[in-house]
Design a protein around this ligand. Structure first.
Ligand code: 4AD
Ligand code: MG
Length: 465
């Protein structure tokens, strides 16, 4: 259907033009003067457009008076300057065709406000609300900006597999992929263990937790690459910042060290903040007013100022000196908890903080061992409110050290033979990171819970829709 987007009609410098728009009715109001006013939204922008419908229209009684929130219509008419306050352009309808009526006694998104929690149970309808329309547009802008940022710098977009045979993070939080019948598993006669030789891939496989290992193979041939795809973690974390299925962006740079990695992370984050400020003005204004006061100022501040960079050891010093009773006791060697990350970003530095050189024991096997032998060249970027947004590192590029690290995790270097080959044949220093896309959307919208920034959240005990 040839139609104009409401966002373009509202912006049009030229009025008195013929337009066709289509969308869903938000409200209808009937005036005594023989008109009805319909607020119409088509998702192209936050704002609705007002449709003025004259009672003399043929189908006024039969159709227009039966339009309730949620009905879908196509309107042909003239875009004219609006008489009403707070709007620029309205449409004087010449014809209104109803595509689908919507029963107001059954539609769950009537006039009353519906909580975010309830909307999760209505995930198929929630994009019709102001909040979820705005979230979808911000999410889209951040995805587009991501490609722009990396493409501008000649990073190559690589698609890494979703089904994999290796556990990148070594945390064992993998969802198994199998075609074996769970009621009748084939077993090895001698050992009694499941015989994966009979499985689809002839070996155990899982959904990927990260595309990094495969991404490294391309970086170690083509220079700078990035991935942008779904990742899966079977960690039983029922928090407001964990999903079992989330999207990650993972750049990987050859001929790069941890400082290069931190520079890239900072540039990328600032690019994203600037981009949403420039392209999602109306949606951000909504979040700023209704979801998180001060959001726009926060984003502006971050877009303009450098981040703080400290070492893990310095971070622990700050936390030990803190006049705060943390739930989780602080000592050198612990993994930083959300409360610690928030204290550093919100109380101590009041800005994003990049923490580097973590204890080797708490980080993955692939991170480059530092000369002190007890820390690795890892970095996490922490943001106020959401905490860890990025995890990255310089990769271990020395074959012997890598094999020792793999064994120390009780893995078999044989299982990582292809990953080790990168170090065997023309090894180069290289580094990269992963940015959790959901957390980024959460941060830029001020939404409290990550379940509300992805269309269909997957979390423990929930994979509806
Ligand atoms: O720190 P992580 O585990 O790092 C990696 O996976 C590395 N392989 C990345 C790399 O170096 N290429 O995860 C990266 C980011 C985290 O900082 C966080 O923002 C996000 O992914 N993340 C999650 N987001 C939502 N739900 C979860 N369960 C997440 N787990 C990690
Ligand atoms: Mg991490």
């Amino acid at each position: 259907m040839k139609r104009e987007l409401i966002k373009d009609v509202l912006k049009a410098a030229q009025v008195d033009s013929d337009v066709t728009v289509a969308g869903w009715v938000r409200t209808r109001r009937d005036s005594k003067g023989g008109f009805s006013f319909v607020e119409l939204n088509d998702g192209s922008c936050f704002a609705n457009i007002q449709i003025v419908i004259d009672a003399t229209l043929d189908n006024y009684k039969a159709d227009i008076l039966r339009l309730f929130p949620g009905s879908s219509i196509v309107v042909r008419g003239k875009a004219v300057e609006s008489q009403g306050k707070g709007q620029t352009v309205e449409i004087q309808a010449e014809s209104v065709k109803v595509l689908g009526f919507c029963d107001p006694t059954e539609y769950p998104l009537g006039k009353q406000r519906v909580s975010f929690e309830r909307l999760r149970e209505l995930a198929h309808l929630r994009p019709r609300t102001n909040s979820f329309g705005a979230i979808a547009r911000v999410r889209n802008a951040l995805a587009y900006a991501t490609h722009q940022f990396f493409q501008n710098q000649n990073f190559l977009y690589v698609h890494t597999p979703i089904i994999t045979g290796s556990d990148c993070e070594g945390a064992g939080e993998m969802f198994q992929v199998t075609t074996l019948d769970s009621e009748a598993l084939p077993r090895n006669e001698e050992t009694g263990q499941v015989d994966y030789a009979q499985d689809f891939f002839g070996r155990p496989t899982s959904l990927t937790v990260s595309g990094q290992l495969e991404g490294e193979t391309y970086a170690c041939a083509l220079g700078n690459i990035y991935t942008f795809g779904p990742t899966f973690r079977a960690e039983n974390s029922n928090t407001r910042r964990h999903l079992a299925e989330f999207w990650m962006i993972e750049p990987e740079m050859a001929f790069a060290d941890l400082a290069d990695d931190a520079d890239l992370a900072e540039d990328y984050l600032r690019f994203l903040f600037t981009y949403v400020l420039d392209h999602c003005e109306e949606d951000l204004a909504f979040f700023n007013k209704r979801v998180q006061k001060g959001l726009i100022d926060t984003l502006k501040g971050l877009a303009d100022s450098p981040f703080k960079r400290i070492s893990y050891t310095e971070a622990i010093d700050h936390l030990e000196k803190a006049d705060v009773a943390f739930d989780y006791a602080v000592e050198w060697g612990i993994d930083l908890q959300s409360e610690h990350e928030r204290y550093l970003t919100e109380q101590v530095f009041k800005c994003p903080v990049t923490v580097a050189d973590y204890p080797r024991e708490i980080k993955a096997f692939y991170m480059r061992l530092n000369d002190d032998d007890r820390t690795v060249a890892a970095m996490d970027v922490l943001l106020p409110h959401v905490g860890e947004i990025i995890g990255g590192s310089q990769r271990e590029d020395r074959l012997d050290v890598l094999e020792t690290r793999i064994r120390a995790m009780d893995f078999d270097p044989e299982d990582y033979w292809w990953y080790c080959d990168l170090r065997r044949y023309g090894s180069v220093p290289h580094a990269g990171f992963g940015l959790g896309f959901g957390r980024m959307v959460q941060f830029c919208t001020g939404m409290h819970n990550i379940r509300d920034v992805i269309p269909f959240p997957r979390v423990p005990n929930n994979a509806e829709f």
